[in-house]
Design a protein around this ligand. Sequence first.
Ligand code: CA
Ligand code: CA
Length: 195
Amino acid sequence: MKSLFTMLMLLLAQWAHAQVAVVGKAAFERVDSANVTFADAQAEAATRTYLGLNGELASVLSAAEQAAIEGLLAGAPSSCWLGGSDAAVEGEWRWLDGTQFWQGNQAGSAVGGMYNNWNPGLEPNDAGGNEDALEINAPTGLWNDLPVTFQLNCYYVRYNLALLPVPTTQPLGLWLLMLAVAALGGYYLTRKAAI
Ligand SMILES: [Ca+2]
Ligand SMILES: [Ca+2]
């Protein structure tokens, strides 16, 4: 269960980042940025922070995460980059941490039960033998492979909320402590005035 402190922090941070959605231990942010290649998006995503956590170009590991990302897709200036690629070995689709989630082209299959949302039967098609980066289509939410040099106008960042520090002082305890200090202070002031 999330601590009250963490929930308050999340609420405040979500208010500040209008385009953020939280799913379990992951937060996703859509960032609009003009004419970014896949490498640009990776570099920019790594400079983003949320609650003090460093971001990375987003992986999508479940239908719930895909739904959250789709929920942020409305109003996107174009389709957006996600953090998947088969640039190292054609047909081996991996997230940035190296985890493979797909093997093959549009007739391929998921690896190890990993989630995918390719446009079914059509993508990834490696068109022109030159499509190695993952795009989420707006507004359908379906995935497609694009050339890494293609320029899009947005990308998704993933933040790992499991890395958030756990506060040792819970807010309720803190409030009680402050109340006790105030009460003591008031008592001494009253006593002083009475003398
Ligand atoms: Ca490819
Ligand atoms: Ca394609």
